[in-house]
Unconditional design. Structure first.
Length: 260
């Protein structure tokens, strides 16, 4: 089936296309209202080295090199069940992830919280921001690191208003709409093909019925025989022998009376 045949099928079965479009639109509207949306809140935390013993007033941001390993250790620790499960229980329905910010070379940790409401997303982000320095201090305390030599964590950015993330809902609705359109076109082609096949079989049956009707034979005309140059209806013609001429009979002429 080429494009022209498909367009002709859609034109002939326009009511099927209309029904499919209406059904697909209805399903899309229902899904758009049923599928929940989520809100995303982000925050950034930077790790700072301890103060230098030789220069306590030095700018710590000038000595950020070498803290990438600390970022990996801290993110793995906060994402583990020992720390993530209690945070999630405190904020039902919310989730969070922590990872190194790959857009920069500094020791920055990116926190992303996701929740069905804006307020819950903000609360999840604040809970992670509060837990992150505590986890860092616990890790360093287990290693018996002196307080003066411990790494610190400082918040550098927090979303004031969580962002609405409707991408998942939009993708599902568009996917259902595309699937509905494809199914409508396929169903239209199938129905039109069945209709054309039914019409073709009906036409062939009518043509075959006409061909099988017996034709009435016309009555044969009566035989006409020639006798003496005259034709007689109803008589079978006599077969003439080869070389013989038909016999012709002459009637005597009546004599005319003479006047005296």
């Amino acid at each position: 089936m080429n494009l022209r045949d498909l367009l002709n099928s859609l034109a002939r079965q326009w009511y099927v296309v209309l029904a499919g479009v209406l059904l697909t639109s209805g399903i899309g509207v229902v899904l758009y209202g049923v599928i929940p949306v989520s809100y995303t809140s982000q925050a950034s935390v930077v790790l700072l080295p301890p103060k230098s013993a030789t220069d306590p007033d030095a700018n710590p941001f000038l000595r950020l090199g070498g803290l990438s390993q600390a970022v990996d250790i801290l993110t793995r620790s906060i994402n583990s069940d020992a720390y993530s499960v209690p945070l999630i229980k405190q904020n039902p329905g919310a989730k969070f992830t922590t990872a190194a910010d790959t857009t920069t070379s500094g020791p920055i940790i990116l926190i992303e919280s996701r929740a069905p409401t804006s307020a819950r997303a903000s609360e999840m982000t604040q809970a992670v921001l509060a837990a992150l320095p505590m986890v860092l201090n616990q890790i360093q305390a287990k290693l018996s690191v002196k307080i003066d030599s411990q790494i610190a964590a400082t918040t550098i950015a927090v979303d004031q208003k969580p962002k609405l993330d409707a991408k998942t809902r939009l993708q599902l609705v568009l996917g259902v709409a595309a699937l509905g359109v494809v199914l409508s076109v396929l169903m239209t082609g199938l129905i039109d093909g069945l209709a054309l096949s039914r019409r073709r079989r009906r036409a062939e049956a009518i043509s075959a019925r006409r061909d099988t009707v017996p034709v009435a034979r016309s009555a044969s005309p009566p035989a006409i025989a020639t006798v003496g140059g005259r034709t007689e209806a109803g008589m079978a013609p006599q077969r003439q022998s080869k070389g013989r001429q038909p016999v012709r009979l002459r009637r005597p002429q009546a004599s005319t009376p003479t006047k005296d």
